[in-house]
Design a protein around this ligand. Structure first.
Ligand code: TXA
Ligand code: MG
Length: 302
């Protein structure tokens, strides 16, 4: 198996595709950073098939983390925990914490069980590009650079996992995702959104990099009436129907469908030579908060 040989394997999860290697094999983990062109100060998430793996990865499990694990594992939630000495520092980018997630996707679980070891894996895209939500997107970005792509269906959620830091006094949401702030607060009422501007060093190093950005310019609009001067090279994605219709558009039936199709829409728009992508804003609750986060990141050139 590729993992035992120290190779990287791309695999489907319910959020986005991951690019995995044996977490304890430093040479294999280096290949992930090389294949993606990922800066070395951006730590990786460790994927597990079973709770028992936590003993090797985390130095201890804070009480709040226990509650989140019980409620949301397996699923689209990543917990940042105090790191054990066994996790190589390349994985945590030198931090004394480690991010852990147990995916619920059946192919991801089968892959993790077959690997027989915890798997360090970022999203399986070139650094700076939108995360890959299909095996075709993985191939587009990483063909020739990795040993194996496990082909599954398109990722059902389509946005990366919610990341919650459980190492401090209150749980802090470092990245929003399908497990919403409201759901986390129902388990632990003091859970709060991290404010990256308030911390001198970003708590989640990945947040400082440009993410999810297509080549086309992303324009956020509150209403489809704001679409002016649309040309054949303009695209639109949102819940409302623009009039007149655009040459390249996707009308979504729900927030979930909007989230699920956003990154593939970005990639398709780039492939079609679109220059401007109009994206309709949504209310910031539930998955809408994660969707707005990704839309904002895609629209600003950091
Ligand atoms: O849904 C997901 O989370 C996907 C799938 C493959 O599981 N993975 C993913 O990984 O999105 P990646 O590497 O693209 O994003 C991981 C995020 C980054 O923003 C990174 O900075 C943050 O998690 N992170 C990782 N370890 C951390 C740590 N110890 N402390 C704080 N943030 C951490
Ligand atoms: Mg990523």
């Amino acid at each position: 198996m590729f993992i035992a040989k120290g190779e990287c394997v791309a695999f489907p999860t319910e959020t986005v595709y991951g690019l995995g290697a044996n977490v304890f094999d430093v040479t294999a983990v280096k290949k992930i950073f090389e294949a993606k062109g990922r800066p070395s100060d951006n730590p990786l998430i460790v994927h597990i098939a079973h709770d028992s793996e936590l003993a090797l990865l985390a130095q201890r499990i804070p009480d709040v983390a226990h509650e989140f694990i019980q409620k949301f594992f397996p699923g689209p939630l990543t917990l940042v925990l105090p790191k054990s000495k066994f996790v190589p520092s390349i994985v945590s980018a030198g931090l004394n914490s480690v991010a852990v997630r147990m995916p619920s996707h059946s192919v991801a679980q089968a892959f993790l069980r077959a690997a027989g070891v915890s798997i360090a894996a970022p999203s399986a895209n070139l650094s700076g590009k939108p995360s890959a939500t299909s095996w075709r997107a993985v191939k587009e970005d990483l063909d020739g650079k990795i040993s194996c792509i496990l082909k599954g269906d398109d990722s059902p959620i389509g946005l990366e996992s919610t990341v919650v830091d459980c190492t401090g006094k209150v749980p802090l949401v470092l990245r929003t995702g399908a497990i919403s702030l409201e759901q986390l607060q129902a388990v632990h009422a003091r859970t709060a959104l991290a404010n990256p501007k308030k911390t001198a060093a970003p708590k989640s190093p990945g947040m400082k990099y440009t993410h999810y950005a297509p080549t086309a310019t992303v324009v956020l609009i509150d209403s489809v009436d704001e679409i002016r001067r649309a040309t054949k090279k303009s695209a639109y994605i949102g819940l409302s129907m623009p009039s007149p219709a655009l040459h390249f558009q996707k009308i979504c039936m729900s927030l979930e469908e909007y989230a699920q199709s956003l990154f593939s829409f970005f990639r398709d728009a780039d492939a079609a030579g679109v220059t401007h992508i109009y994206c309709e804003c949504v209310p910031e609750q539930g998955i809408g908060r994660a969707l707005m986060d990704r839309l904002r990141k895609a629209s600003s050139r950091l």
